[in-house]
Design a protein around this ligand. Structure first.
Ligand code: SF4
Length: 130
């Protein structure tokens, strides 16, 4: 088993501007009902957990059609899950996103009454105006 390497700074910078991460910030929710609306509901779960040497293209393509892609990715980043395809991202892509995501001071998912800073403020932090 090989250990995953830490993402490089340029990978984290790219992750901060990735439209999938920005969508996750907009669509994150503490209501896990999104799980019942996933496009993967009737697909073999193995599709979303390919071996490291296998392509994840089929799963990523299905995620692109999914209405809850943002919520799904936000969940994976919140729990720090780096296995399988979530929200249209591979584990390698998510490792870089995770560094960016955690750098924003994510709210405690159990603290429903304290959802953290307004999403707009956090988006501006990720994509500074210049
Ligand atoms: S984004 Fe992908 S993994 Fe997440 S619920 Fe949708 S199809 Fe399933």
């Amino acid at each position: 088993m090989t250990r995953a390497r830490m993402p490089r700074p340029h990978e984290v910078d790219a992750a901060r501007r990735d439209p999938r991460l920005l969508r996750a910030l907009r669509e994150q929710t503490f209501d896990e009902a999104w799980r019942t609306r996933g496009a993967c509901q009737s697909v073999d779960p193995e599709t979303f957990f390919p071996a490291p040497s296998e392509p994840a293209d089929a799963a990523v393509a299905l995620c692109r059609t999914c209405d809850v892609q943002g919520s799904c990715l936000a969940w994976a980043l919140t729990v720090g899950d780096c296995h399988g395809v979530w929200g249209g991202t591979t584990p390698r892509e998510r490792r870089a996103m995770l560094v960016a995501w955690r750098g924003q001071g994510q709210p405690d998912p159990d603290a429903v009454d304290d959802p953290g800073p307004p999403v707009r403020d956090r988006l501006l932090t990720l994509v500074p105006l210049s």
